[in-house]
Design a protein around this ligand. Structure first.
Ligand SMILES: Cc1cc2nc3c(=O)[nH]c(=O)nc-3n(C[C@H](O)[C@H](O)[C@H](O)COP(=O)(O)OP(=O)(O)OC[C@H]3O[C@@H](n4cnc5c(N)ncnc54)[C@H](O)[C@@H]3O)c2cc1C
Length: 499
């Protein structure tokens, strides 16, 4: 293997995985990261001296990482202690209604039977089969493949069997499809929420996204010591392969000569030579010229209205009382249609938000590891307007008031010092992830075409590739990892074609 130089812009999951895959193949890889630490959205904040996961908290598709570690000559289990959750999540509505979902679908069906009646339990079993079939139909030809166009995907799916196409259901909205699956509106809301894992509205996202229900059903793991250990493990592997990670180094522009990539300019004005560049920054940063005008047109432009959701999060420590928090608890708003209208049409903070709470000291039996204040991440969805509207302190406080009011109506009281809640707003996310407006999941997944409009790993410029949650196959830790693998494969493929 020659000493082919690859520069990766961004040390998010997609960037780290692309870098690792290529370092393993003998490439000379350097990752440039503008933040002081690697990880991107997978970040950890210190609250009262304690580390709090402030990005992803739900770890799924463990096999994706097992394969990545294996290709790097290592074992995931030697780096991370992962524990599967028996209780996937607790769901609550005010007026004391609660429903737990379990890794064991039969246990979930029983819980649904007790919550909403035996007919809904029967419908849930049917829904599980549907969600599984969507996932199985799309896993190989779409999720784990280079981004296909609609015709290619149709061909690939048909090649797997004539009935397979029926499974995908791209033309109905998730909300409508769930309305046919369930009669109880609370279940429609619960499973509709999976659209927000792609930063989208259940009212506009395709029914295909019900596959996320299957992904969770297939396993949610906790990572001992917190999610950030995943980043540390990837960095260790990467450095073990001889690659380097330069944090606190912002890439100003990608340099193009003779129509192909020749290197980068970094923030101190230095030029770095590279034969190929993989961009893990959001693809919107490329399309808006944030990484140089020479590559601006290498990916399709994206309208602000095409952005996925942002969020307001609060990382805090508090003593929780009155409601049995689980590791993952969702407190639902009373009017989901209005919530998504606020987010996508009015583009304001929802007046009555749904609130997700990750109780990071809780185990699978909802027991808390310590008796004092526990570590919590609270999240509400927000519009990605972080570059056009800086929500005032008052607006964020009012949102917190609404969110914590819902928790209280559900019985949860949090005793905390208000100074200790570290808020992150859409404007903060825009500062962390430039050109996104704070959108956390790349382009929004609304309508059947959206999946085909998400950029793939190849761009229009030879030697320039994309990886990360804004690209195919989409957002989320395992998906971003798969995009990193796809970028590495595209680069390898193009290189072997040129030799
Ligand atoms: C609050 C929150 C909750 C989430 N919950 C979940 C969850 O429970 N489960 C799940 O699977 N996913 C979740 N996600 C989504 C998941 O975190 C992301 O999809 C994934 O981590 C994105 O990885 P990425 O490869 O796109 O890189 P990113 O994390 O977007 O990182 C990109 C990196 O590029 C760097 N960069 C940008 N521009 C430059 C430049 N010019 N020079 C150098 N570096 C640059 C940035 O600083 C950043 O570090 C959540 C995300 C957030 C924010």
């Amino acid at each position: 293997m020659t000493n082919h130089r690859v520069a990766v812009v961004g040390a998010g999951i997609g960037g780290l995985v692309a870098a690792l895959e290529l370092a393993v193949q003998g490439f000379d890889v350097t990752v440039f990261e503008r933040a002081p630490r690697a990880g991107g959205k997978l970040r950890e904040l210190s609250v009262n001296g304690r580390p709090v996961d402030a990005g992803p908290t739900v770890f799924t598709l463990r096999s994706v990482f097992e394969e990545i570690f294996q290709r790097a000559g290592s074992r995931l289990a030697d780096h991370l202690t992962l524990t599967p959750l028996e209780t996937l999540a607790r769901h609550a509505w005010d007026a004391g209604q609660r429903l737990d979902l379990y890794a064991d679908p039969e246990r979930s069906a029983e819980a649904i039977g007790a919550f909403a009646g035996p007919e809904e339990a029967r419908r849930y079993r049917h829904f599980c089969g549907r969600a599984r079939r969507v996932f199985e139909t799309l896993e190989t030809p779409f999720i784990r493949a280079a981004r296909p166009g609609p015709l290619t995907l149709t061909g690939r799916v048909l090649a797997r069997g004539p009935g397979q196409l029926r499974n995908i259901r791209p033309f109905a909205s998730l909300w409508r499809a769930l309305g046919r699956e369930f009669h109880d509106p609370r279940l429609q809301q619960l499973f509709g929420r999976y659209a927000t894992y792609m930063g989208s509205s259940p009212f506009s996202a395709p029914a295909t996204l019900m596959l996320i229900a299957h992904v969770e059903q297939a396993g949610v793991w906790t990572v001992e010591g917190g999610m950030y250990r995943i980043v540390e493990a990837l960095c260790r592997l990467l450095e073990g392969q001889g690659a380097s990670i330069r944090c606190a180094t912002e890439v100003r522009q990608v340099i193009i000569r003779g129509g192909r990539v020749t290197g980068l300019e970094i923030d101190d004005g230095d030029t770095i030579d590279a034969d190929a560049v993989i961009i893990n920054a959001d693809s919107a940063a490329v399309a808006t010229g944030r990484l140089g005008l020479a590559i601006r047109d290498s990916v399709p432009a994206q309208a602000h209205s095409g952005r996925s959701l942002s969020a307001v999060t609060w990382a805090l420590t508090a003593t929780a009382d009155g409601f049995p928090l689980h590791r993952h608890t969702v407190f639902f708003s009373a009017d989901y249609a209005r919530e998504f209208n606020d987010l996508f049409q009015a583009r304001r903070l929802p007046e009555n938000p749904t609130v997700y709470v990750c109780a990071q000291d809780r185990d699978d039996h909802a027991a808390c590891a310590n008796s004092g204040p526990e570590r919590l991440l609270c999240l509400v969805n927000a519009p990605a307007t972080g570059d056009s509207h800086d929500f005032s302190h008052q607006e964020i406080e009012s949102c917190r008031h609404q969110a914590f009011g819902l928790l209280q109506r559900c019985g949860l009281s949090l005793c905390m010092d208000s100074d200790t809640a570290l808020a992150t707003t859409p404007a903060d996310f825009e500062n962390l992830f430039p050109a996104t407006g704070g959108a956390l999941y790349g382009p929004v997944s609304h309508g059947w075409r959206a999946s085909f409009q998400r950029p793939g790993s190849r761009t229009r410029v030879p030697g320039l590739y994309l990886a990360g949650g804004s690209t195919h196959p989409g957002a989320g830790v395992p998906m971003a990892a798969l995009s990193g693998r796809q970028a590495a494969l595209a680069l390898l493929d193009d290189r072997s074609g040129r030799q």
